[in-house]
Design a binder for this molecule. Sequence first.
Ligand code: ADP
Ligand code: MG
Length: 264
Amino acid sequence: MGFQSKIVPETILDVREVTVDFNGFKALEDMNLRLERGELRVLIGPNGAGKTTLLDVITGKVRVRSGRVIFQPSDRPTEDITWYPEEKIARMGVGRKFQTPNVFKSLTVLENLKLALKGPRNIWASLATSLSQDGRTRLDEILETIGLAEKAHLPAGILAHGEKQWLELGMVMAQDPELLLIDEPVAGMSPRESERTGELLLNLARRHTLLVIDHDMNFVRQIAMRVTVMHEGKFLCQGTMQEVQSDPRVIEVYLGQHREVAHN
Ligand code: ADP
Ligand code: MG
């Protein structure tokens, strides 16, 4: 770790000049992204812009052709995580919530959270052992935050789609990552559920740093402090929702596909 991996203290993540090449196709090209600790950044861009690939790079799922990813945990030295294995990156405090909910349907809401809190190593042992008072308090807080306290003892399988998404957000929260990557959290949600999700994420942003991908412009407007726009694997521009919405380059790339940014 030479001087090049040093970053300013308030930065938590620094993606530098990252290129990802899928058999000659550049899904990312010299992509840069810098996140400050505690911010909630929204990443938008037309389909195929490379948004999900960028999350894959940060979590170690996809490997770069060139460039690097620097992570600065709050209580440890800065590290170049570009070539770290996925599990190590996760253990360092980078959590991810995928687009489709991935909960254990036959376990209760509380059991799912309990598993997340204890880690996936041994499911049955985790369920059999009781939680410490701290752990129990934390899970109660999470249940409140995700609005599922009253459903704590119901099987996760009977939850509505939106509720499953919240449960999964709760599971990511239980792991207490410093940086949370969230891909399209309101896909398939009703406007009401989507608004509730926005509140939830805003709530999380105080204690965590969030990078959220979404297409739903009402949702983005609700939560975004700063928006980064990608196009064809590259950084296009960055600013407040209002700034990027009125940026002619953004309007142009979206007009090619759909009119969300210009007209919603
Ligand atoms: P977004 O999330 O912005 O819609 P993606 O990151 O999913 O975009 O995809 C960016 C581009 O990379 C797309 O053209 C997609 O088809 C391509 N791509 C993504 N993953 C792979 C892969 N594993 N192999 C080949 N091409 C891929
Ligand atoms: Mg995607």
